[in-house]
Design a protein around this ligand. Structure first.
Ligand code: FES
Length: 123
């Protein structure tokens, strides 16, 4: 059912935690399953130099959030903003169809964190 990469990110999630005093923070929740994700980012010269996540959710939410942080780290915020579910599924080799919605938590939370950063740096 799950690819090796999904199992790896589920068993050994990357970038877990919260950045203290982050440049941006965002969250997303799925009201149907109750899963919830928080992302914090550190940005230097518009590049995401650090990113961490905390999730209360299913194996799919953990794996997709973990790989999302790897995809976003080191990227310009405008590039990171465009990361979508297809990018996450590709990075994980495969994700069961019924679990693809789990990756939405990550993309929404990351975009919210980037929006938060952009609001703060425009003040
Ligand atoms: Fe809720 Fe996976 S079942 S995010």
């Amino acid at each position: 059912m799950y690819s090796e990469k999904v199992l790896d990110h589920f068993m050994n999630p990357r970038n877990v935690g919260m950045i203290q005093d982050p440049d941006g923070e965002g969250s997303a929740g799925d009201p149907e399953c109750g899963d919830y994700l928080e992302i914090t980012i550190q940005v230097e010269h518009s590049i995401i130099v650090d990113i961490k996540f905390m999730v209360h959710g299913c194996a799919g939410a953990i794996a997709t959030s973990s790989v999302l942080t790897e995809l976003a780290k080191g990227k310009h915020i405008l590039v990171a903003y465009t990361i979508n579910e297809n990018d996450i599924v590709t990075a994980l080799d495969h994700l069961p169809k019924e679990k693809i919605h789990c990756s939405l938590l990550g993309t929404v939370a990351l975009r919210n964190a980037i929006n938060d950063y952009r609001c703060k740096c425009n003040k």
